[in-house]
Design a protein around this ligand. Structure first.
Ligand code: SF4
Length: 220
């Protein structure tokens, strides 16, 4: 319990530091830094791309439609958002939800490395292209490598990297949602936990039309 408390305090302290970060130009256009949310001692970490409109307003990652789908997918394998850590490669929203720029990723990546050092997850699920390429250190895109665990060393620890599609990519594409569900079902096994319960028969998530913010092509 003491170790858990220390990890929590260290993460909160680091979050306070990052809240004032001005390492890149996104500091001028953001509403607030979106540091991450969940358990400071999580075995499983999700890393997405960047905060969107709702995340920027609320200061919490994955709270829009893609976030609701992520919550449902977690529920489907017997986990809650409070049991995992959820964050992004970039901690500030790019204007108009455009793709992250290389210099922004370079400026922000120390924050992600530090989060990994403090939380020490055993499994990191990268959501989409940007997180997958950054954390694997390889150019292969998500379409090629999704669902295939890789062994890497991050934050000084051996970690299983598990690339999967970004939930935003599956919101309006049933085939993509099916692939995402299949990839999610392997997570309990990768965590060394009992198999997840059978998937629900009803659709996991039916999005509300119209599309409020366009899906970024970089997610594929
Ligand atoms: S995106 Fe990252 S590096 Fe840029 S200002 Fe925000 S926290 Fe700092």
């Amino acid at each position: 319990m003491a170790a858990a408390t220390d990890a929590h305090l260290s993460l909160i302290a680091y979050g306070d530091v990052v809240a004032g970060c001005e390492r890149c130009a996104l500091a001028r256009t953001r509403t607030q830094v979106v540091f991450g949310s969940g358990s400071p001692t999580a075995d499983l970490m999700f890393v997405g791309e960047a905060p969107g409109f709702h995340e920027d307003k609320q200061g919490v990652p994955f709270v829009g439609a893609a976030g609701k789908l992520l919550g449902k997918l977690l529920e489907g394998i017997g986990l809650t958002r409070d049991e995992v850590w959820i964050c992004n490669v970039l901690k500030c929203r790019p204007p108009g939800n455009r793709d992250p720029l290389p210099d922004e990723i370079e400026a922000c990546e120390p924050h992600l490395w530090r989060q990994i050092e403090l939380i020490q997850p055993t499994l990191i699920a990268t959501l989409g292209n940007f997180a997958t390429k950054l954390l694997s250190g390889k150019p292969a895109g998500i379409t090629q490598v999704h669902g295939r665990p890789q062994q890497v060393v991050l934050g000084g620890n051996a970690v299983t990297l598990y690339p999967i599609f970004h939930p935003a990519a599956a919101l309006y594409t049933p085939r993509m949602l099916q692939v995402l569900e299949e990839d999610f079902r392997r997570i309990p096994d990768l965590l060394g936990r009992p198999a997840a319960p059978p998937p629900p028969t009803a659709p996991l998530y039916v999005p509300d039309p119209p599309v409020e913010h366009p899906v970024q092509l970089g997610l594929f």
